[in-house]
Write a protein that binds this ligand. Sequence first.
Ligand SMILES: Cc1cc2nc3c(=O)[nH]c(=O)nc-3n(C[C@H](O)[C@H](O)[C@H](O)COP(=O)(O)OP(=O)(O)OC[C@H]3O[C@@H](n4cnc5c(N)ncnc54)[C@H](O)[C@@H]3O)c2cc1C
Length: 414
Amino acid sequence: MTESWGRYPQARHAAEVRLHWRAGLTLPLVGPMLAYGQGRSYGDCCLNDGGKLLRTAGLDRFISFDSGSGLLRCEAGVTLGEILRLMVPRGFFLPVVPGTKHVSVGGAIANDIHGKNHHRAGTFGAHVRRLELLRSDGEAREITPEDRLFQATVGGLGLTGLITWAEIALRRIPVAAVRMEAIPFAGLDEFVALSDESDAGYEYTVAWLDVLSRAQRGIFFRGDHVAGAVHAPRTRTAVPTDLPLVNALTVLAFNAAYYAAQKLAGRSRVQHWDPFFFPLDGIEHWNRLYGHRGFLQFQCVVPTREALAELLRSAPASPLTVLKRFGAGASPGMLSFPRPGFTLALDVPNRGEETFAQLARLEAVAMEAGGALYPAKDARMSKDTFARSYPRLGEFSPHLDPAFSSSFWRRVTR
Ligand SMILES: Cc1cc2nc3c(=O)[nH]c(=O)nc-3n(C[C@H](O)[C@H](O)[C@H](O)COP(=O)(O)OP(=O)(O)OC[C@H]3O[C@@H](n4cnc5c(N)ncnc54)[C@H](O)[C@@H]3O)c2cc1C
């Protein structure tokens, strides 16, 4: 059964079509269909219960690279990890990366993803110069940021058609090292002060928070690419089977141990880019730690520090609570999630009604504050929340491809 990363909800697909070669590609005549990249979305935006999935992992070819301009053209199933493996030794890096490198180019565009450098670089879609979109009427349209269809496709949740290839502007970097600092803090005032100080001087900033500690302690990470010799990480572990290990007690223990380990490791280090950007990729299938019922992630953005404080008062136990202040740069997509303010992301095991009630409280606080929820991380937001989070929905809808749909889309629009 094809799943999303949170393993909730489950979906049964009528058919799964594996795409291999973009030239002469034809789509199934009858929908509803939906592209599926690496399934790294947490909820149901990559699922199409009762419909068809177009699996893009076979669209994995690099097409061209111009080392003068840094423009890379590749098929939409290529993963960000594959791009980095090829390009970092040549002195180039992706302009924006999320918390895992196992994400396809098509998925990165369709959710218009953001990274630790949002305050500097904006979203992934802001660096896409051109792409090809295959519509269900058989037409392949080459579109650029000036086109309305492009603005609907970036952050368009796969609903405007199939992206077959894209052209991304890479950035130059001085080889594989990152100089990073891990700074312990306590309370939101210190987090905001560190954001103020660091966003001006550092390319990458993000914070981890121990939601269970009364002092709201956390670790603020900031870093920059630097030249230097560092070893690539070798060891990888894997969670072999479903092990429901995440509960209030283990979260308490994990948070205390993580905080202590970060303090012990010292404030400043030079490390390889891989563990700096993708620490969770060191443990394969870590989503199995939540057991077969899966887990839900909640990610929202709220405009003010006061709203963030209110959210944290209602936050459930979570081993992965992440805070970041987004920058002011406009997102290129009609349905892009990032906007100025504070973003909070947390994971909770799926315990049914209790979990849904906890997350509904957070949702209410975010909505009251004029915030938004992120579809890539969602399995439960209401229709009303979606409409309030995305005021350009009316502008987007005419660009929908009538043969494309998803479990998420049906849930939040019907
Ligand atoms: C550990 C972890 C950390 C993460 N950290 C971040 C983060 O820091 N920032 C962030 O923004 N996100 C983050 N994410 C979420 C992730 O980046 C997005 O969900 C991303 O879209 C997943 O890409 P995918 O290839 O797995 O796409 P899927 O999850 O398979 O699909 C996502 C959407 O893209 C569409 N799509 C995929 N391919 C195509 C295509 N070729 N044409 C048209 N539509 C397509 C699908 O239809 C679907 O709507 C994280 C996820 C994980 C698991």
